[in-house]
Structure formats: structure tokens, C-alpha cells
Design a protein around this ligand. Structure first.
Ligand code: BES
Ligand code: MN
Ligand code: MN
Length: 500
């Protein structure tokens, strides 16, 4: 981890937080101000174009949402490609020379506007792939038949990330339509493997470093803090994801005949997974917390000052309590502390009625969320050692590694961040708060390290958008506010001298 990312400079953060406290009103904003509240106006024709094309933009989003681009499921590889093709054609439809780049996995889509000498170059990153939609029976309307209810569009990928990603595409379209050119060069990099760990994007970046050279990276794939409280996210957790397989006897056995003498892999799996955490979720692998960057007192105070209501949080999830490390708040646990979760677990009989079987095999998918400065590779070494010591007699263990990404925290002292805060005020009528989030975007650390660019995480989503869950949605009001904020962002970034 470079010192650049582990040293937090807090002056802007303090200023923003103070400003937030001064301006925040708990009333939820349900409409856009008719006049942007900022002093730098968006070029007039652009705003008019945005207003006149609201329905068209929603129709375009709907079209993209109809394509089931599920990157994790190889049966949908053709659909993933169809979404990539749709992106290319869509970008071409308003004059960009969009390209489809093959990778060892799903294609990368790339387009750029004309260079603007002396002005910063902005790289927009997003993803057109989505998570699997199951369980299907819990969707009120089918996941790939986008439906508008109460001002929200419901579909898999609505918020994560087709709807959010498209806001930048639409703002570029509006600028070109109204003004023929943008005040900065915008490069659009839209990939199809974010939801499966962005494995092939690394090599694409390595092979295209010059092409992707930029001064800042803009990503809308996170959330606002709450309705009416837009946010800039300055930190994300990382991830280390595994699948564990335990092989017991060479065939399923009668548990009456063999139980108590032959190791049951499902029992063993249960014990081994349990040994990874204690009752409050503290991970038991030796050394796991050695490199964890502690929360500063300042940051804890800033988190505590956010309008987070613990009871409301529980009520929304219909849970009567929460758990986690003692001495940490819910926001601290979600944003800045590591965690362990089992994502799926199987083995033995799951059909109707009972079957007294001692299964020959059991398996689970699980992951750790990581924080700066934990090293996913070291975690993997330590995890293997820990589990190998706990394999009982009669069991063979296999651990498969998949996603790996380090946690990130970005410095708050950046002119680009200030430009983004102003643009958000223009789009949303409120200044953003600065937050961290618990999800992971695997490629962000590579952007910061390899491109040396400031990364702006400008989330337009809401915490209850249900990403990765049934009934995913995205507020159409936030869709349009996001487009407006993006349109304003190009203007504001244009006032910055690159490398200053
Ligand atoms: N958009 C999310 C990441 C995210 C979600 C950030 C919520 C902040 C708040 C992204 O699409 C995602 O789901 N990432 C995966 C990465 C994994 C598949 C390697 C994640 O976090 O589980
Ligand atoms: Mn996403
Ligand atoms: Mn996701």
C-alpha cells in the first residue's frame, strides 16, 4: 500500500463536514431545484437537452436493463456480449467512436471524447455486467423486465451499475448534442466482469496504460448516505473470496450404519467455518488484524455526526438486533472494520422430507471484507495454514481462491474532490457528505496505483436499492440528478490545472 493512500489529510474533510452540519436539513428532497444552486452554471443548452430528453434517457436505460448480462453464469455469456454490443452501438449513436475490446473473459467497452489541450483528462469507469437475479420468486416483477413503481425503476442492474454508469454516458451525450464538444476529455471504460472480480481488466489496463492516461477517475457505483443526503465515498473495503470443499468417504453413507465413526464432511465444514470467527465476528486467523489501519478519533467523530439511526436501520431490515466487534458502531463495522461472511453452503440432503445420509462431500463459499492496509495475498497464506491445521481425520480439503482486492482510503485533499462536491450540489441541490462504504470495487486500487490518478466515488444509489438482492431498484429522480451532476462535473473539472 502506497503511503499516498494510507495518509489521510483532513483539512478539506473538516471543512466539508462543517459545511454539511451547517446546511443539512433532515427533510428529504423530493424534487430538483429549478435553478442550480451553484455559481458555475452548466452550459444552458446542456440543461435544456437534459430536460427535453428525460423520457428518452429512461427508455434507453430500460433497453439496457432488459439484457440479462450475468457475468458469473457462463450460460449467459452471449447476453453479456449483447450488453457490450448495446453499449458500443449506443455510444456510436451520438457520435463516439466506441470500441469493443476482447479479453480472456467478457469484453471491455471503450470510447473517448476529443482531447482538450490544457484541461484535465477524466476516465469514467463503470460496469455493464450484473449479479445473478435469484431467488426469482422473490421479485415482484421479473428482474429483466424493467418496471417503474413509485418513481423507481426495478430491474437487476438498475442501481448496480447500469443506471449509475449510464448517467455519465447521458451527460456526455447531452454535451455533444448541445455544444458539439466537452470542456474536458472524457474517456469511458465500461467493463463486463466487475461482479466476478475484474480479473481480466488488470491486463487490459497494463496493455493500455497510455490510452487510459488521465488526471482523475470518476466512478458512480456506490450509494448516497440517505435520501436527500448525497455523498462522496473516500474509502471502500477490499475482499478475499474463497470456496472450500471437504471430501469425506467415497460415497454417501447410511448415517445409522456409519455415523459416529466416519467423519461427516458437513459436520467438519460446520466446525471449521465456526473456528474462523468468535461470537462477535472477530476473525481468529493469527495475524489477521496485524496490518489493519485503525480508525482515527477524528474519523470516528465524523461517522458519529452522520444522521444514522440505529433503530431505523434495524426496522428496515426487520431484525431485532445487530452484532459485531465490541466497541465499534454499526457504521464503523460496515465501513472500516474487516468482516467474515458465508455466502453459500451445501452438502447432503436438501429435498423434501428427511434423509438419514452421511454425505460424502460438503462445500461453502465465503469471504473476508478487508480494510487498509491488509494484504489479500498474506491473508490467503494465513487462512490456508489455519484451516489445514483443522482438517479432521478422514477429510480431504481443497480451497479455491477467487476475488482479491485490497481496501482503499483516498486522500480528501484533491481539487477534483472539490469540483465533484460542487457538481453534486448542482445536480442534487445539497452538498455531499464524505463517507466510507463497505462494498468493494476491485479495480480502484489499481487505478490509484497504476494511473496515479485521483479516484472520485460519486454514488447516486440508495442503501435500500437492493443490489445483489431481489427487487433491485434505482430512483429515476436520482438518475436524472446524477446526469445533471455529471454534466456539471465536466465544467467544474475544466477549471482545474492538471497536476496542480
Ligand atoms: N457496486 C458494488 C460495490 C459497492 C457496493 C460499493 C455498495 C459500495 C457500496 C460492486 O458492483 C460490487 O458488488 N462489488 C463486489 C465485488 C466482488 C464481486 C469482487 C462486492 O463488493 O461484493
Ligand atoms: Mn457495482
Ligand atoms: Mn455489485
Amino acid at each position: 500500500m502506497s503511503p499516498r493512500r494510507s495518509v489521510r489529510k483532513t483539512s478539506l474533510f473538516e471543512a466539508e463536514a462543517a459545511c454539511y452540519r451547517a446546511t443539512f436539513r433532515p427533510s428529504v428532497i423530493t424534487f430538483l431545484p429549478t435553478v442550480p444552486s451553484s455559481t458555475v452554471p452548466i452550459v444552458n443548452g446542456v440543461l435544456e437537452y437534459l430536460d427535453q430528453n428525460r423520457q428518452q434517457f429512461e427508455a434507453d436505460l430500460s433497453e439496457l436493463l432488459r439484457i440479462p448480462s450475468i457475468s458469473a453464469d457462463s450460460q449467459f455469456a452471449g447476453e453479456v456480449r449483447r450488453a457490450a454490443d448495446w453499449m458500443v452501438e449506443h455510444l456510436q449513436s451520438f457520435g463516439l467512436a466506441a470500441e469493443l475490446h476482447e479479453t480472456a473473459g467478457h469484453p471491455v467497452v471503450y470510447a473517448e471524447t476529443n482531447p482538450v489541450p490544457g484541461a484535465p483528462v477524466v476516465l469514467v469507469y463503470g460496469h455493464y455486467d450484473v449479479q445473478p437475479p435469484d431467488p426469482l420468486d422473490l421479485w415482484a416483477t421479473p428482474p429483466f423486465e424493467p418496471t417503474v413503481r413509485d418513481g423507481n425503476i426495478y430491474a437487476r442492474g438498475a442501481s448496480d451499475d447500469k443506471g449509475q454508469m449510464l448517467t455519465h454516458v447521458k451527460s456526455v451525450q447531452a454535451w455533444l448534442a448541445a455544444n458539439q464538444k466537452l470542456p474536458v476529455q472524457v474517456k469511458l471504460l465500461i467493463e463486463g466482469e466487475e461482479e466476478v472480480g475484474s480479473e481480466n481488466l488488470e491486463s487490459f489496463l497494463a496493455a493500455n496504460t497510455d490510452k487510459l492516461a488521465c488526471d482523475c477517475v470518476v466512478i458512480s457505483d456506490t450509494s448516497q448516505f440517505a435520501p436527500g443526503v448525497p455523498a462522496i465515498t473516500y474509502g471502500l473495503r477490499g475482499i478475499a473470496y474463497y470456496e472450500i470443499h471437504l471430501q469425506g468417504p467415497n460415497r454417501d453413507l447410511h448415517s445409522g450404519v456409519f455415523g459416529g465413526a466416519v467423519t461427516n464432511p458437513a459436520n467438519a465444514l460446520n466446525q471449521m467455518l465456526s473456528s474462523l470467527v468468535d461470537g462477535e465476528g472477530r476473525i481468529q486467523v493469527p495475524g489477521f488484524y496485524d496490518d489493519v489501519a485503525p480508525l482515527t478519533e477524528q474519523e470516528r467523530q465524523e461517522f458519529a455526526a452522520l444522521p444514522f439511526d440505529e433503530t431505523e436501520f434495524r426496522n428496515q431490515l426487520d431484525v431485532d438486533g445487530t452484532t459485531g466487534e465490541a466497541d465499534f458502531t454499526t457504521l464503523e463495522r460496515r465501513w472500516a472494520r474487516p468482516s467474515f461472511d458465508v455466502h453459500g453452503i451445501w452438502g447432503g440432503y436438501q429435498g423434501e422430507g428427511e434423509k438419514t445420509v452421511l454425505p460424502s462431500h460438503a462445500a461453502a463459499k465465503f469471504s473476508f471484507r478487508l480494510v487498509p492496509n491488509q494484504d489479500p495475498e498474506q491473508i490467503t497464506v494465513d487462512l490456508r495454514k489455519f484451516l489445514e491445521q483443522r482438517v479432521p481425520p478422514g477429510i480431504k480439503m481443497e480451497i479455491r481462491e477467487s476475488h482479491r482486492a485490497p481496501g482503499v482510503v483516498f486522500p480528501l485533499e484533491s481539487p477534483y474532490l472539490q469540483a465533484a462536491a460542487d457538481a453534486i450540489e448542482t445536480g442534487f441541490g445539497q452538498r455531499p457528505v464524505f463517507i466510507r462504504e463497505g462494498g468493494s470495487i476491485p479495480i480502484v486500487s489499481t487505478f490509484a496505483d497504476r494511473l496515479g490518478a485521483d479516484v472520485l466515488l460519486l454514488g447516486w444509489g440508495q442503501n435500500d436499492d437492493n443490489p445483489h438482492s431481489p427487487n433491485e431498484k434505482f430512483s429515476l429522480a436520482d438518475f436524472h440528478r446524477g446526469i445533471r451532476a455529471s454534466a456539471s462535473l465536466w465544467d467544474r473539472i475544466a477549471t482545474i490545472h492538471p497536476n496542480s
